[in-house]
Design a binder for this molecule. Sequence first.
Ligand code: NAD
Ligand code: MN
Length: 357
Amino acid sequence: MREYEIAAIPADGIGPEVIAAGLQALEALQRRCGDFKLRVQHFDWGSDYYKAHGRMMPEDGVAQLKRFDAIFFGAVGAPDVPDDITLWGLRLPICQGFDQYANVRPTRILPGIVSPLAGVGPGDLDWVIVRENSEGEYSGHGGRAHRGLPEEVGTEVAIFTRVGVTRIMSYAFRLAQSRPRKLLTVVTKSNAQRHGMVMWDEIAAEVAPEFPDVAWDKMLVDAMTVRMTLKPRSLDTIVATNLHADILSDLAGALAGSLGVAPTANIDPERRYPSMFEPIHGSAFDIAGKGIANPVATFWTAAQMLEHLGESAAAARLMNAVESVTSEGVLTPDVGGTATTQAVTDAVCRTIRGSNV
Ligand code: NAD
Ligand code: MN
């Protein structure tokens, strides 16, 4: 029996609802497959913890997570706690502390789910966005001077290093090479941002010859939103900075039907530390507690987690079950259905139990 230690951090809003759903599906998979076991430890960190202790997690929180094989994360964000505190207090310290520099965000239109793009169905939109996850615009550098005065200045410094850009570029080329179409689009804003962004373009050109079978091109991020919307079939693998990819991947989720179906994996490709798996959406407090959060993004990221752990057969079984359930029209309201989170979860677990593939 192969065994894995998993840290579950459901955190805020719909985070606990979708993580509970994900854990039920993982439980059903373990019973169906019978050859691996996930030992899950729960952490009650997040905004409620912050209100009680003045921090989003204990001081040694990142160190406590180090012994795990993977982290299964919900979402942070509460209406009465500033967003920069929730994000910088929990999610970003984990990503940066474990050098999870590759954030991998697959997007596909699942069967039964309707894209807002007319005439675009499953097969027409099949992308993986690779987001640089350790530096760039979210490096945390900057400051404020003369706070509250008319002459106040706030700076937000984007930091790009040759090491950081080269490693994400190599990761993206390698991923593109592993996919059938072998296409990579490198996104920047190197017309207006003429230092770090020009370096991105140069490093892309330096790395490209190591991957002669990958066809690659460059896009400016603003034009990229147009191409994603009007020519979705022209794209396959995409690499972009921390900020640009954050924005493009929300757009990608919406074009695939909903943020509720968009997963992400925060990967340490060198496997020095645990990687972290989460839906890309936030805590969605507008729907929290209503039992209607779409669990599909969390099922999909659970499949990414299984794949990362080497349990590819279980990952495929999970995605097959999810696609079979969406194709039957068992959908939450964000993708046009009437099912609850639990109804979708029950259908996925039932399909896993009955599946032969
Ligand atoms: P959000 O992703 O929480 O929600 C955006 C919209 O999408 C909302 O209308 C929401 O109802 C809908 N939505 C999101 N996930 C859904 C799901 N699974 N099923 C159905 N509908 C879903 O983004 P927001 O509203 O901008 O932010 C809410 C809070 O979440 C903020 O505090 C923000 O800082 C935080 N946030 C956290 C993360 C994270 O933890 N990784 C990411 C984004 C936002
Ligand atoms: Mn985001």
